[in-house]
Design a protein around this ligand. Structure first.
Ligand code: ADP
Ligand code: MG
Length: 347
């Protein structure tokens, strides 16, 4: 089996906060190939930053498998993980200032991580100029940060992230604080890097239109990979310009597909389930077009435990322990919803 550049299998991350477990990733599966430019979308709290931090070696997963460029990020000793993070990963954050020193000009910002890594002299200068050229800021290399626009500062931050020649570039909402025109220039910068340096790049975004700017978009929901947006088709349609010339316009179509895992599980969006009031159980029906997920017919069974002691009143109070548990059958008739309770002896 060929190894992917990034391979996450059943990745789990649990945070302990004041004794309470918070599951940020619950069995995430994801593979990314070398040189791919991938968008990662998902609602706030879905686990995007947690995944980025783990991929970047800033944090460790609780369980599962994760390999990046042949490195086992779960089992690696701390000193090797630190080395991996310093040498293999570049980070770009939402606030570009997190990567930048405000009183240095653009080129000195790019040279700083190289100095810390022992690169000196002409080589340092040459590489910093080359990186600023790739991000389109050659003309601005001697400008100090306050003289640069938000988008330009973010592009300096990208050059800084590349200073140590990483193989993986992780950008956590890099367009979160800029307008859409600036976001486009930032996306274009990532495209150039992916094309010219073959650097594997993951960009977290809230913005679904990111699908236009990357090779692939993966969606996470509740700490699991839930969907992939696939570019389905490219049409060329000629358009006539005002001067009478004709240009071929490429038209891309996108489809958001749910991910089906090896065990046959799919993640159905909450809003779909709510729309059809599907909870707890569902029925699958084979139709001519495929598989239909329906609200479970007529009977939904829920186990509840009920107080059966003298003080139990109507016998419907919750009770700990196994004795006297009853099954509540909530039955639905054609005319509407009513509840009927039946008592089962639990041995
Ligand atoms: P996203 O980036 O998609 O908004 P996060 O990865 O930041 O989501 O968070 C996923 C979940 O994990 C959230 O519920 C968040 O509260 C929790 N979480 C993230 N980091 C920590 C942490 N350091 N300690 C405790 N809980 C955390
Ligand atoms: Mg986040």
């Amino acid at each position: 089996m060929t190894e992917h550049f990034i391979q996450c299998e059943n990745l789990v991350k649990i945070f302990q906060v004041a004794g309470i477990e918070m599951i940020a990733l619950q069995g995430l599966n994801l593979t990314i190939d070398k040189g791919e430019l991938v968008g990662l979308i998902g609602a706030s709290g879905s686990g995007k930053s947690t995944l980025m931090n783990i991929l970047g070696g800033l944090d460790r997963p609780t369980a599962g498998k994760i390999r990046v460029d042949g490195n086992d990020l779960l089992k690696m000793p701390d000193n090797q993980l630190n080395k991996y993070r310093r040498e293999k990963v570049g980070f770009v954050w939402q606030q570009s200032t997190r990567n930048l020193v405000p009183y240095l000009n653009a080129i000195r910002n790019v040279m700083l991580p190289m100095t810390l890594n022992g690169v000196t002299g002409k080589e340092k200068q040459r590489r910093a100029e080359e990186l600023l050229d790739i991000v389109g800021l050659s003309q601005r290399k001697n400008h100090h940060l306050p003289e640069l626009s938000g988008g330009e500062q973010q592009r300096v931050a990208i050059a800084v992230a590349l200073a140590n020649n990483p193989t993986l570039l992780l950008a956590d909402e890099p367009t979160g604080e800029v307008d859409s025109a600036t976001a486009k220039t930032i996306y274009r910068t990532f495209q150039t890097l992916s094309r010219e340096l073959n650097i594997t790049t993951l960009i977290v975004s809230h913005d679904r239109t990111i699908s236009k700017h990357v090779d692939r978009v993966v969606g996470i929901r509740d700490g699991m990979l839930a969907s992939e947006t696939i570019r389905q088709m490219v049409d060329s349609s000629p358009t006539t310009n005002s001067d009478g010339s004709v240009t071929e316009e490429e038209e891309h179509k996108y489809a958001e597909l749910v991910v089906l895992d090896k065990a046959g599980r799919i993640h159905v969006p909450h809003e779909y389930l709510e729309q059809f009031d599907i909870r707890g159980h569902a029925q699958l029906e084979i139709t001519e077009d495929g598989i239909l997920i329906r609200q479970a017919a007529q009977t939904v069974t829920e186990q509840v435990q009920v107080e059966s002691g003298e003080g139990g009143g109507n016998g419907m109070m919750p009770r700990m322990g196994h004795a006297g548990a009853i099954t509540v059958k909530r039955e639905k008739s054609k005319g509407g919803l009513f509840n009927r309770f039946r008592r089962n002896k639990e041995e």
